[in-house]
Design a binder for this molecule. Structure first.
Ligand code: EPZ
Length: 423
């Protein structure tokens, strides 16, 4: 039963000190699914303890894996043959579960996976996933909300995977995991270049897969007979990093963020330097230093290495407090603007144009009761709450717990005044 708790924030205080970034949620989910490709044990380190990673671990357990969680280390082994049905109650709570389709098909030659539900950020189709698998010789039926896939032998092929909105992260992940055990070579053109896809490819290579081009739009995967177990450490979460950077900017603070791979956030850093923020790096620590003068900056989101759609809501919270006008467009999820109404409840002046949000910066936001709607919109409300004068109550914070490990502790560690109350 989801505890109806709310997060309370007493805003208007600068942050200070240090925060450490956890492992990447969006790298962890496909990597846990990839363990289905071998019967041998795998060990995955730096796995963030999140609602979503727990859901994925429960899903692979339901498929026949034995899972032992030791803090941020997960040991996965096999006892008995894999099951091949991923049921609705698991997949509907977390779209990322859909990426068990590729590995199950590759390993077991068949899979029955519930279609993921849509969600507040968009319709979330899976046509690219199915198109790619069909191109590799998969027979696909869609019945009763399930994808039923069968393939006696997956065959490598040249596949263009771009859709109306460009590349697809999880379709690339699904296809890569199907191709590693296919006959022959698969070339995926217009593959997703996100660092999380690169992490997945690096894990598969450690398992014995033959992959080239990870991190580029052209992936070449030469099928092998079998994959062995492997150990792997998940990279730091670039979206969590960006979220803490934007918390510092919204509150005019100077903080240090540890375990940062800033090369994965160049577009955010570039935009924030334009906004008037100073960055300095020492080892794996990034210091964010805000200046008095801040300038409005407009952004449009694109697939990596463009501005990440997963930081769009958080960036909007910062622009809401910046004197002047900025425009935000989301080319990945054009309707990902649920946070506008909630931010306006706090005194922001944001209006929705056709495909964009126009933000008229205000001097001050004011604490208010607000409702979380999706993971990143909830993060935007935390940012606004930290900057706002007075108290903000964020309801439905289970959205936040999906993607931000130890959020309350990390915020308190930065000097924020946050606490929980029953909803
Ligand atoms: C991944 O979702 C992330 N989730 C999302 O993060 C992220 O917003 C998204 O990539 C884009 O970066 C995970 O990695 C678990 P897509 P994914 O397929 O793979 C369209 C978060 O907050 N599309 O790259 O599902 C789609 O509608 C979450 O951590 C098709 O048209 O996203 C969208 O417009 C939210 N057909 C665009 O492509 C398809 O078959 C990009 O979506 C698949 C996608």
């Amino acid at each position: 039963m989801i505890q109806l708790e709310k997060m309370m924030i007493e805003g208007g205080r600068p942050l200070k000190g240090e925060v450490k970034i956890s492992g990447s949620k969006n790298a962890t989910l496909p990597i846990l699914a990839a363990t289905l490709l071998t019967d041998e044990p795998c060990v995955v380190d730096n796995v963030p303890q999140l609602r979503d990673t727990k859901t994925m671990l429960r899903l692979i357990e339901s498929l026949g894996k034995k899972v032992v969680v030791e803090g941020n280390r997960v040991r996965i082994s096999q006892h008995g043959p894999l099951k091949t049905v991923a049921d609705y109650k698991m997949v509907s709570t977390m779209r990322g579960s859909f990426c068990v389709l590729g590995p199950l098909l590759a390993k077991m030659k068949k899979a029955k996976v519930s279609l993921p539900g849509g969600c507040v950020i968009g319709v979330r189709p899976v046509d690219l996933h199915l198109k790619g698998l069909k191109a590799m010789g998969t027979k696909i039926d869609v019945e009763g909300g399930y994808v039923i896939a069968r393939a006696k032998q997956l065959k490598g092929d040249l596949i263009y995977l771009g859709g109306t909105f460009g590349s697809s992260v999880l379709a690339t992940a699904n296809l890569m995991m199907a191709a590693v055990l296919a006959q022959g070579t698969t070339v995926i053109e217009c593959a997703a270049c996100e660092p999380e896809v690169e992490d997945l490819a690096n894990f598969l290579i450690k398992m014995g897969a033959q992959i080239q081009g990870q991190g580029s739009p052209r992936l070449v995967i030469k099928g092998v007979k079998r994959l062995h177990g492997a150990e792997f450490r998940i990279s730091p979460d670039r979206i969590e990093t960006g979220t803490y950077i934007l918390m510092a900017v919204a509150t005019g603070s100077t903080i240090t963020i540890r375990d940062v791979n800033e090369s994965q956030l160049l577009v955010l850093i570039d935009k924030l330097q334009e906004h008037g923020v100073r960055f300095s790096k020492k080892g794996d620590a990034l210091t964010v230093q805000c200046q008095k003068r801040r300038f409005p900056v407009s952004v449009t989101t694109y697939p990596y290495p463009g501005f990440p759609t997963d930081l769009q809501a958080q960036f909007m919270a910062v622009m809401a407090l910046t004197p002047g006008v900025s425009v935000i467009e989301d080319k990945v999820f054009p309707d990902r603007f649920m946070h506008i109404a909630e931010l306006n409840r706090m005194g922001a002046q944001i209006r929705r144009e056709t495909n964009a949000a126009v933000i008229q910066g205000v001097k001050q936001l004011y604490g208010a009761p607000v409702m979380a709607s999706d993971l990143r919109a909830s993060a935007a409300l935390v940012i606004a709450g930290l900057a706002a004068q007075g108290k903000t109550e964020i309801q439905r914070i289970y959205h936040l717990e999906r993607g931000y490990e130890h959020l309350d502790e990390k915020l308190k560690g930065l000097g924020a005044k946050v606490w929980r109350e029953k909803g």
